[in-house]
Design a binder for this molecule. Structure first.
Ligand code: ADP
Ligand code: MG
Length: 253
């Protein structure tokens, strides 16, 4: 997926202002930045869910040029906030991810893909539970399982780890890595910069709708840049064994 000079205005205000982005197959791209930087807006525009100016190419074409069902076979979206008004069972929600493939040759894999997606997201044990009865973190993983079941070559995940404990944060990033290894392009919005540094191939730092920096996390996540962008002093410490940057807010002793 290739994004050039993307601009989104909402209610007369510029929210995304000239963003370039390249999400390559086989890679995880972490989109980070302060609250209100425009990450969710950017993702929604890229997904084809919001009007924009500039260029977004998914498989060489603008999202709006695809019939809805075709677009749904190309890109899946895990929104930051999901609202579900009907108390579906977990399994039914994951099954919804297969809807774009109904009537195609892929349909015969539905059962396998649904089971595999629930296993990857760690939700098999909730399969028969109703969604509203789940905890926030469990719901987040069910939504991820639905996205995985869609089996698209582009995944757009907006803060998939926000409600998750440490183990499940790692699980979700491992799932993202695995999809990338299987040939997908994965864009994931993260707040935990350490998590991004450990798992992402590329990082894009967004600030006030613009790209403040982009590149490999180890290059991008400098104390200078992060302190400036987050308007708070930040320490970046290489992990003693792996060298992966550990990012922590500087604190008074
Ligand atoms: P992020 O995901 O980086 O936290 P968002 O993309 O959700 O940021 O929002 C970026 C900015 O755009 C925020 O200031 C937000 O208040 C504003 N914004 C987003 N959607 C709307 C909307 N529908 N109407 C007005 N302002 C909006
Ligand atoms: Mg957001």
């Amino acid at each position: 997926m290739k994004v050039e000079d993307l601009r989104v205005r909402i209610a007369g205000k510029s929210i995304v202002d000239g963003v370039d982005l390249l999400a390559r197959q086989g890679e995880v791209l972490a989109l980070v930045g302060p609250n209100g930087a425009g990450k969710s807006t950017l993702l929604a525009a890229v997904a084809g869910d919001l009007p924009y100016r500039g260029s977004v190419l998914i498989d060489g074409r603008e999202p709006s040029s695809y019939p809805a069902v075709e677009l749904a076979r190309l890109r899946s979206v895990l929104p930051q906030h999901t609202t579900l008004s009907f108390p579906f069972r977990v399994r039914e929600i994951v099954e919804m991810g297969r809807a774009p493939w109904a009537g195609t040759a892929e349909e015969k894999h539905d059962e396998d893909v649904i089971r595999d997606s629930m296993e990857r997201a760690g939700v098999v044990e909730f399969a028969d539970r109703r969604f509203p009865s789940l905890s926030g973190g469990e719901r987040a993983r069910v939504s991820l399982a639905r996205v995985l079941a869609q089996r698209t070559p582009l995944l757009l995940l907006d803060e998939p780890t926000a409600a998750l404990d440490l183990k499940h944060q790692e699980l979700v990033l491992a799932v993202a890595r695995r999809r990338a290894a299987e040939g997908c392009a994965v864009v994931v919005v993260l707040h935990d910069l350490g998590l991004a540094a450990a798992h992402a191939d590329q990082a894009v730092v967004l600030r006030e709708g613009r790209v403040a920096a982009s590149g490999r996390p180890v290059e991008v996540f400098t104390p200078e840049l992060l302190s400036e962008v987050y308007e708070h002093p930040v320490d970046v410490i290489p992990h003693p064994e792996t060298g992966v940057p550990l990012v922590v807010p500087a604190r008074a002793v």
